[in-house]
Design a binder for this molecule. Structure first.
Ligand code: AMP
Length: 221
């Protein structure tokens, strides 16, 4: 069982890298952004509350996200060899809550992958990002366009869309939110010797090769 957090600015590639890593290592991918978007799509009360925060690029209140995360963890625990937490925690309070939640399930966090890239790269990735409505696969208008404009994974060629919070104004706010509320987690985990820094400024395959090498070396120490 290994449990890792993937930390980094919006658009740095946490979703893409988590997907690849979880597929390779047979881990369960928990993205709180995806869990929240599923609530929105289902029209639940939680989803209705979360919508405004998400579209504005600010954080959904900790209690709501913790509730969703706890539910997902319990539902998937029996089947899982371990978890990658993508986009969680995003505040120091959430980091403490994650420790508590894991401890209640007799689990612990093994390490924190810190993905890093320059802001201009992040902006380019976010504004060109497109997703499959059905399976969530991530594309990019320039670097990885969906063939014929449809998803290549889904049988019926799932519809491609742009996230409503990938517009310029929300993106700017999301980067501010990251700098103010999430970046302090770097020191928080560094003090615990849990950081696994990875340069994520290159192409997807190069970044992924660096990531697996860094994680393997960290876990073997
Ligand atoms: P993401 O898909 O990770 O970029 O998340 C999209 C949006 O969902 C964020 O901008 C926040 O509004 C919300 N969100 C995702 N994860 C969290 C979290 N751990 N805490 C609070 N809000 C979150």
């Amino acid at each position: 069982m290994i449990n890792l957090v993937f930390l980094g600015a919006p658009g740095v590639g946490k979703g893409t890298m988590s997907d690849l890593f979880c597929r390779d290592r047979k881990l369960n991918h928990i993205s709180t952004g995806d869990l929240l978007r599923a609530e929105l799509a289902a029209g639940s009360d939680l989803g209705k509350t979360a919508k405004g925060y998400m579209e504005a690029g600010t954080l959904v209140p900790d209690e709501l996200v913790a509730q969703l995360l706890g539910k997902a963890l319990k539902a998937r625990l029996a089947e899982a060899n371990g978890f990658v937490f993508d986009g969680y925690p995003r505040t120091i309070n959430q980091a403490n809550l994650l420790d508590q939640t894991l401890a209640q399930l007799d689990l612990e966090l093994d390490g924190v992958v810190l993905l890093d890239a320059a802001e201009e790269i992040i902006l380019m990735r976010l504004t060109g990002r497109r997703l499959c409505k059905k399976c969530g696969k991530i594309y990019h208008t320039q670097f990885n366009p969906p063939p014929n404009g449809r998803c290549e994974v889904c049988d019926d060629g799932g519809e491609i869309y742009q996230r409503p919070d990938d517009n310029e104004e929300s993106v700017r706010q999301r980067l501010i939110t990251y700098a103010e509320q999430t970046k302090p987690l770097i020191d928080f985990y560094d003090e615990r010797d849990m950081l696994i820094p990875v340069d994520a400024s290159g192409a997807k395959d190069d970044n992924y090769a660096k990531l697996t090498a860094a994680v393997d070396s960290y876990l073997s120490e």
